[in-house]
Design a protein around this ligand. Structure first.
Ligand code: HEC
Length: 113
């Protein structure tokens, strides 16, 4: 799949991000997402459910945020307004306002699933 390979290379993302790259590639190709769970599932590769200790080192869990807090945080990553961020700005740049809003709603409704 040359498109996915080139997307992954351009984003210089770890293998863990491949599902998200695939999902955003589908978005970029104009394919409607059947469900936000497709995008959210990629987030959960890094952001595990449960208390902070359940996520890999230095990756925060997404519990305890309101929908609006999450939406603002994700938009700030995309806008490059989080100076110490590593992977999140790259991931968020691939998403539109609608996807960010849908992800914020999804993760505000409960632990990563
Ligand atoms: C490759 C691993 C990885 C993936 C995939 C990933 N994240 Fe992150 N996320 C991180 C890291 C690491 C941070 C800390 C900020 C940084 O370094 O970019 C973070 C930070 C965050 C934060 C801020 C949390 C806080 O405590 O301020 C939110 C919200 C977030 N991610 C949401 C998401 C969503 C939604 C997705 C799916 C679209 C996602 N992340 C996918 C690794 C990841």
């Amino acid at each position: 799949m040359p498109l996915l390979v080139s997307l992954a290379r351009r984003a210089r993302l770890a293998l863990a991000c491949t599902p998200l790259v695939a999902a955003t590639a589908a978005l970029a190709a104009g394919t409607p997402l059947p469900d936000v769970s497709m995008l959210a599932g990629a987030c959960s590769n890094c952001h595990r459910a449960g208390p902070a200790t359940s996520s890999p080192a230095s990756i925060p869990t997404l519990q305890g945020f309101s929908e609006e807090q999450l939406r603002q945080r994700l938009a700030a990553f995309r806008a490059g307004q989080v100076p110490d961020a590593t992977v999140m700005p790259r991931l968020m740049r691939a998403l539109g306002d609608d996807e960010i809003a849908a992800l914020a709603r999804w993760f505000a409704q409960g632990p990563a699933r």
